[in-house]
Design a protein around this ligand. Sequence first.
Ligand code: ADP
Ligand code: MG
Length: 481
Amino acid sequence: MSMSEKYEAVIGLEVHVQLLTKSKAFSSDANEYGAAPNTQLSVITLGHPGTLPRFNRTALEYAVKIGLATNCTIRKENQWARKNYFYPDLPKGYQITQHTTPLCTDGFLVLKMEGYEKKIGITRIHMEEDAGKSMHDQDPYFTLIDLNRAGIPLIEIVSEPDLRTADEAYTYVSEIRKIVRYLDICDGNMEEGSMRCDANVSVRLKGASEFGQKVEVKNMNSIRNVKRAIEHEIIRQIELIEKGERVDQDTRSFDALKGTTTSMRSKEAANDYRYFPEPDLPPIIVSEEYVQKVKSAMPSLPEQLKQQFISLGLSEYDASVLTEEKETANYFMAVCQETKNTKAAVNWVMGPVKSFCNELAISISDFSIPAKTISDLIAMIDEGGMNFSIASQKLFPELLKNPSANPKQLAGEMNLIQQSDEGLILKYIDEALAKFPEKVAEFKGGKTGIASLFMGEVMKLSKGKADPKLTNKLLLEKLNS
Ligand code: ADP
Ligand code: MG
């Protein structure tokens, strides 16, 4: 029996999401990534004596949005708590968080895995403030500290230990990133740390009723690395158990270069945070009317849009691809606004448009050709003025260079408009047949496949512009006459 048949992994994730508010959670300092170190700071963030925090209501709105999007219950009365610990990047000596009264509880997400669906419970989502950032790799001797991050509003999304594979964890984090991006509450950028994920991993014998000892793994800066870290951690723990050793309850750090985890601190060194109610902030009261107001202003979520696209006749696959990013879904909808040919809109957006964006690694929101132009192209093809291959291979590249051009006019200037003048096409056909008299005889003798040769010749003579349907019809009429 292989190890993967004998053991089963149990995984619970803690995902931190920085909220894209203009200012910080409890002060008016700017919340902006990439500013010069220690420039976005006030005495409030630094926790100077006599200063008082004031809660940013936009952070609440964003937190309620994610709670609703993950099917949570929103708590009415919310306390703030102080989580006390000493660390150089925490000048106040405590972090304002929620302890016993998280804003959101009892939610879930449904993961669509290959071949099965799985509901993952969300235990809680609470609000807190971020700490500053210690940088250990900027100076050979010193750890440098940037406090710009201190006080940025965060939410922490804690899952139930419902995940069983690294792939499920990968899908779960991808789903959360997709949702926060759709909601416009976070850019979901794990490389820059605006979204971070800690993985709690344990293994047990398959069929066991108790969970094994869990280990927490940190410092994964991409969703792929979350998956790699979990894969490695599962194997490490199985090997320990197989050797008759025990898994220690520790916090481990993922090394992306080696693909391994190393111990950062053990349970013995765990902090006692001495949580107590934050005396400087009143409780936040979240009324039912407020929740309804936030709910009614929520944009469509990816799953809703996907179902909407499926109801327009799209396949499950096309609908998933088009809703992977909000910008793509929006662009597709904008094309559909101007054309009834949904199928063609799918082909254009998933074909030439997406491939171009992928090639340049740009988001479709930076794609320069207006959606209206794509629907114009679709109309030109539907009206018989052009075929898809000329439109996508000749006209589209020119439009990329000149995105504001009128496609019909440009096609005219480029001499690309399809020829559907019967007289002219008949002239080409005559020329083609005259060039290969012996092939005409072969056709008449029964080798009808040879018609494609004449077709090719007409296309050559017309520089690819003869309307293929019409040409084919006229050609066969001529040959069979
Ligand atoms: P702690 O008190 O150590 O922070 P929690 O009970 O708050 O632990 O759980 C933190 C995270 O760990 C949650 O996402 C939870 O689902 C997960 N978790 C709890 N127990 C296990 C386990 N035995 N194996 C894997 N994950 C677990
Ligand atoms: Mg915990």
